[in-house]
Design a protein around this ligand. Structure first.
Ligand code: LLP
Length: 386
């Protein structure tokens, strides 16, 4: 994956930094776009996965819409040229200020997550003499079979309107002239690798679409969210199988001729295109453990500490030692959870070796923090290397 040219370039740079492989990013985006277009499906990029302008510009060029979860994301999407008519806005706690700004921008759709939120959007839209387009985000109680911290579609999760509140939604909609119901929305979780989960989702989508149509609401948009996982163990096997993913929805959704199917993909589009590049500060060889202490920590990549997430770790310096050694690869932060991997098999490693933590394009850089007064780190793109 990393060439001699990359290595030479990296060795002169201050570490840590996020490295973006733009050729891979473009390839992934185009593969997804082609697969979606073949079914006439619409893709909104879930901006929360990565909002580095280097990444967003590529995504905007491909023509995807934007899936936003805050006023900041809505503003950034519009500023970078995503069409307002392709911006969707979800979130369980939209503030009045955020709703007002989105109304001023005439976004495509609010994905509404509670009965009360429907009334609030109606009131705020009325004050502006506008009609807000809305989709009801439904919690379908479908198990995504992923890590509990990134599961969103079960009854115990805070997201969406529960299935037993559909009638309450219908009642508010019927009394709200400043709301235009356009469809239904779902998002059941992230890093989903078992595609059968999506078959179960399709069954629930069909049921809810029928419920709304039976109650006199035309369902024009079926938004099935995102969640498609990537293969963290094989970062070089890079592009997810978008064709197989979309085919499930084409096969199992009962799509009427007037209905559009929308997706909100994040991780699958950007996850494999970045690595966190770090330098070894110290090697500590103990009786029970060998530690590699990096200059990157949980402040730059929080996923392992937060979700016990696996990221492949590679020593990308040319080998100068002998054989393979097992190391716990840790960061410099004063927390015991600041660990990227335990018992990781690596070539014998030395101070100043370069370490790549792979598959960090999604929920990496964007979840960084300034804990311990750490600085924001640089972005390096493959196009900087000539
Ligand atoms: N739509 C909605 C409403 C969402 O909440 C999310 C992600 C997505 C779409 C995009 O999901 P994706 O295709 O990226 O799986 N920080 C966690 C992941 C949190 C996902 C939050 N919602 C992680 O590092 O694994």
């Amino acid at each position: 994956m990393f060439s001699d040219k990359d290595r030479a370039h990296f060795s002169n740079l201050e570490t840590p930094f996020y490295y973006y492989d733009l050729a891979l990013l473009k390839n992934t985006l185009n593969t997804c776009k082609t697969a979606a277009d073949s079914h006439n499906f619409h893709v909104h990029y879930a901006m929360k996965a990565n909002f580095n302008p280097v990444v967003l510009q590529q995504i905007q060029k491909v023509g995807f819409g934007a899936d936003c979860v805050s006023g900041g994301e809505v503003a950034k999407a519009i500023e970078l040229g995503f069409g307002k008519d392709k911006v969707v806005f979800a979130g369980v706690g939209k503030s009045d200020k955020e709703i007002n700004n989105a109304l001023d921008n005439d976004i495509f759709c609010f994905n509404v997550e509670s009965v009360q939120e429907l009334s609030v959007i109606n009131e705020l839209a009325e004050k502006k003499q506008k009609v807000a387009k809305i989709a009801i985000r439904i919690n379908p109680n479908v198990d995504a079979h992923t890590h509990a911290n990134i599961t969103t579609g079960l009854d115990e999760n805070k997201f969406g309107v529960n299935s037993w509140d559909m009638q309450a939604c219908a009642d508010v909609l019927n009394l709200s002239p400043n709301l235009e119901f356009i469809g239904i929305h779902f998002h059941i979780g992230s890093q989903i690798t078992n595609l059968d989960v999506y078959k179960n989702l399709c069954i629930r989508v069909n049921e809810f679409a029928k419920w709304f149509e039976d109650h006199g609401f035309k369902v024009k948009v079926l938004n099935v969210g995102g969640g498609l996982g990537i293969d963290y163990h094989n970062p070089n096997q890079q592009i997810p199988n978008f064709e197989a993913y979309f085919k499930i929805f084409a096969d199992f959704l009962e799509i009427k001729p007037y209905q559009e199917v929308h997706f909100e993909l994040g991780r699958a589009l950007v996850g494999q295109s970045a690595s966190l590049i770090s330098r070894v500060l110290y090697v500590k060889n103990g009786k029970k453990k060998n530690f590699i202490i990096l200059d990157a920590g949980m402040t730059e990549l929080m996923r392992p500490a937060l979700y016990q997430a696996y990221h492949k770790i590679e020593n990308i310096s040319l080998p100068t030692g002998e054989g393979i050694v097992k190391y716990d690869v840790v960061g410099p932060i004063c927390e015991s959870t600041d660990c990227f991997g335990k018992e990781v098999e690596l070539q014998q490693t030395f101070r100043n070796d370069l370490i790549a933590i792979r598959s960090t394009g999604a929920y990496g850089e964007v979840m960084a923090s300034h804990y311990n007064l750490r600085e924001t780190i640089a972005t390096v793109s493959s196009e900087d290397i000539v």
